[in-house]
Design a protein around this ligand. Structure first.
Ligand code: ZN
Length: 144
């Protein structure tokens, strides 16, 4: 029925296992990225990843990653909208389609940056391979 269609069958949101936000910075932005990182840790229950001062994987600029649950999205993402400090942030879901998750399903706060599709699988073979939300490493003490 949809042989030539560019409008595929809608994907249910239940396919989203969790989200990442990638916060990009270069040497001149590292201090701002550090302040943002501290402020996030004080306010949100999530996993803050390591600093990557150099491009890694599909990311073409230094960044660190936030991994967070679906339920945290409506608190965290609006806060990032208001407080990103001029930094570019990629917010993407994790589903069975990692390449689309980064290139098609993503949203950008601030200017979009190039993403290298090469390391990203088009389609995972099973639901078990979808990246799940890791245990939080923050202890929030303030409300957003
Ligand atoms: Zn990611």
């Amino acid at each position: 029925m949809s042989t030539q269609s560019s409008w595929p069958e809608p994907q249910p949101v239940a396919e989203i296992a969790g989200y990442h936000a990638h916060i990009y910075y270069d040497a001149s932005e590292r201090e701002r990225a550090a302040r943002l990182r501290a402020a996030i840790g004080e306010r949100f229950l999530l996993r803050i990843g390591s600093w990557h001062d150099r491009p890694v994987g599909p990311h073409t600029k230094g960044m660190y990653q936030l991994a967070f649950a679906v339920a945290e999205f409506p608190r965290l993402v609006p806060w990032l909208m208001l407080n990103r400090g001029g930094l570019s942030i990629l917010v993407h879901p994790n589903t069975m389609r990692p390449r689309d998750d980064h290139l098609v399903h993503a949203l950008w706060l601030g200017p979009a940056l190039p993403i290298d599709p090469a390391p990203l699988p088009v389609q995972l073979s099973s639901r078990d391979q979808v990246e799940t939300v890791p245990p939080a490493n923050t202890q929030p003490s303030r409300s957003p």
